[in-house]
Design a protein around this ligand. Sequence first.
Ligand SMILES: [Zn+2]
Length: 163
Amino acid sequence: MSFESHQSSSIEIISGQTRSSGDGWLRAMLNGVRCRCPRCGTGKLFSSYLKVADICPSCDLELHHQRADDAPPYFTMFIVGHLLIPMVFIVETNWRPDWWVHLTLWLPMATVLTLWLLPMVKGAIVGIQWALGMHGFGEESVAADQDMGDLTHKAMPPVRDRL
Ligand SMILES: [Zn+2]
C-alpha cells in the first residue's frame, strides 16, 4: 500500500474505536438493519425486542449512547403506510370488497409488517448515529481528539464569529 492510498483511507481511529467517514455510514446502517452492532457487524444490537444493548458483546462498543427516541416508529409508520395504502386503494377500486375484508386483510398485515420492520429501522438509526458521531457517540470523539491534541475543532471559529 502506497503512502497516498493510505492517506486516502477513510478510517479514523478514535479512542480505540474505529469509525468510517466515507461510505461507512451505509455499512453501519446496514449492520443496524441486520440488528447487529454498527461497528463490528457481528455482536447483537438488541438485548431484547427493541432494547439496545448497553455494550456490544463482540467488540465492546458502548451502544448506550444511542438516542433513537421516536424516530424508529415515525419511519416505520412512513414505510408501512406507503406500502399498504396503495394496496388498499388497488383492492378497493378493483374488487370493492366489504369492510370486514379490508379489516381482515390490512389490520394483521399492518401489525406484522410494523413489528417486523421496527427493530430493523431502529437498528439503522442507531447505526447512522454511531457513524456520524451523534449524541454520546460524538462526545467520545471530541474527548479523544482533545486527548490527542487534535486541533480540528479549533480550526473552525465559533458560529457567532462567522456571522
Ligand atoms: Zn460490535
